[in-house]
Design a protein around this ligand. Structure first.
Ligand SMILES: Nc1nc2c(c(=O)[nH]1)N[C@H]1C(S)=C(S)[C@@H](COP(=O)(O)O)O[C@H]1N2
Ligand SMILES: [Mo]
Length: 313
């Protein structure tokens, strides 16, 4: 698998102790790729052909190939399980994702509790091929299945006081070893402004590559907001709440000077510890330029007119 020095999102005490190892790993992968005379677009080792629905012939609207299934399901950020991306899938393999209940409430006229099967029945499931850009500087292209967040929000009818949507992941420290890490305030929390949440791109994800969503990717329900850094795409959602004040996310809590509320992909605004101007598409050899709003500017730029994106990072 790809060994990328991408643990930058970890707190510095962990990050610095792992850095030397990761640099060595990156060199090893590069050396192996050269030895095998791999073309630039060769996937990381161990990708023995993705299933048909996520076949490598699929591309995003920019013509970029979908990332192999094995990469997307084998290299994960999911701190509830581990900060080691290559260990998440193994640790999450027995995580129970059924039965699963999602409550939607707060400042709404019509609060509701859904079983996951209700959401699958009630809302039209569609496939969306989205780029996913992690704040650490790596990216993937993923064929998600899911349904529009806006459709769910319309169903519960936000009141006029509702200005933000707050998302909460499951808290299950007996099943999620990472939740014993006292460095973070659990459960994982994320948020969107209500108009961002109503944007057509915002997807509640229930599947990937035409298959059920694996636990390591946030089963049974996760968010995909592809114009924002990956940490906004919260996994294992159990509660969605309409609120009047801007929610404080887990990452704002942990390091608010590094991770803001908006977290829009922006090559012009660097992270305090590294540049955001380029990224490495997993499976590719050299870096590529990061696109404003991750290439979704025509759909989302109007949301941010008049907002200083350097201040509101
Ligand atoms: N609950 C929860 N959601 C999460 C995370 C997490 O640690 N916990 N990591 C985020 C980050 S940093 C990224 S890049 C994506 C990774 O999604 P993937 O593993 O499906 O690629 O999930 C996001 N959602
Ligand atoms: Mo991320």
């Amino acid at each position: 698998m790809s060994k990328i020095p991408s643990s930058q999102i970890t707190p510095e005490h962990v990050y610095f102790s792992r850095r030397r190892f990761l640099q060595t790993g990156a060199l090893t992968t590069a050396a192996l790729a050269l030895a095998a005379c791999s073309p630039a677009a060769a996937p990381p080792a161990g990708n023995g052909g993705a299933p048909a629905a996520g076949s490598s012939t699929q591309t995003d609207e920019l013509g970029d190939a979908v990332t192999p299934y094995e990469t997307v399901t084998g290299y994960n950020n999911y701190y509830e399980f581990s900060t080691d991306k290559e260990r998440v899938a193994g640790l999450a393999v027995n995580f129970p994702t059924s039965p699963w209940t999602i409550t939607v409430g707060g400042l709404v006229n019509n609060p509701k509790t859904y079983g996951l099967e209700d959401l699958l029945k009630k809302f039209t499931q569609e496939e969306r091929i989205y780029r996913h850009r992690c704040v650490e500087g790596w990216s993937i292209v993923v064929p998600w299945q899911g349904f529009s967040l806006a459709a769910l929000l319309k169903e519960v009818e936000p009141t006029s006081e509702a200005k933000y949507v707050r998302f909460e992941s499951i808290f299950a420290p007996d099943k999620m070893p990472g939740q014993s890490d006292p460095w973070y305030v659990w459960p994982y929390i994320e948020g969107l402004r209500l108009d961002e949440a109503m944007n057509d791109l915002a997807l509640l994800v229930t599947g990937v590559y035409g298959k059920a969503l694996p636990p390591q990717n946030g089963a049974p329900l996760r968010l995909a907001v592809p114009w924002k850094y990956g940490f906004k795409s919260i996994k294992a959602i159990v509660r969605i709440e309409l609120v009047s004040d801007q929610p404080t996310s887990l990452w704002m809590n942990a390091a608010g000077n590094e991770y803001g509320f908006y977290a829009n992909v922006n090559p012009q605004v660097d992270h305090p510890r590294w540049s955001q101007s380029s990224e490495r598409r997993l499976g590719e050899f050299s870096r590529r330029k990061t696109l404003m709003f991750n290439g979704y500017d025509t759909q989302v730029a109007p949301l941010y007119e008049g907002l200083d994106l350097r201040v509101n990072y």
